[in-house]
Design a protein around this ligand. Sequence first.
Ligand code: G6P
Ligand code: MG
Length: 214
Amino acid sequence: RFEAVVFDLDGVIADTAGVHEAAWRRLAAEIDAPLADDIGERLKGVDRRASLDIVLEQATRRFDEAERDALAARKNSYYRERIEQFGPQDLLPGAREAVASVRAAGLKTALASASRNAPLLLERLGIAELFDYVVDANGIRHSKPDPEIFLAAAAGLGVEPSACLGVEDAAAGIASIHAAGMCAVGIGSHEALGAAEAVLPDIAAFDLGAFATP
Ligand code: G6P
Ligand code: MG
């Protein structure tokens, strides 16, 4: 039996995957870096600097460390322009209900986000009080797919990782959940998230009762 559910934020609770992708596309267009059509899927769950490395894969010139810092900051300013406008309407449909249902069933909830913007997002979305514990990118050293963030969430809740269920929309996130010794629920396509124990089309389909027996 599970004792806690650890949720990813971007693409699971908050409708931000498209905002991240749009900000990267705006930056890429400005520096003439061609992007593949399916780049959005590769950027999910990947931290800011690793995302930049992906965006620069087809770039026509090299960028040194200082330039990369500036590019990552520029992308973040484009992203923040949109996030500053966020409100509860930018929760993914069914997200609040999914987290609330976990608490109503007597389990604990945590948030494990690779984003440095997670505190701002939580405040804008008005859902901070739904989580017993929050880990964001500011509190960890190793990004997904490393297990650190999910292990920190379990430790913060005081629950064994094996008693936690992790919910993620990114392949890197599913790998992080598994490396932490948790079961994984993927939100998205079977094609991208086939490694998860269960895959749901969206968070609205989340039903804790379906995972009663690990
Ligand atoms: C999430 C998103 C990624 C993003 C990462 C870092 O994991 O899925 O697309 O790159 O957070 O976000 P940040 O807000 O710190 O740039
Ligand atoms: Mg995500």
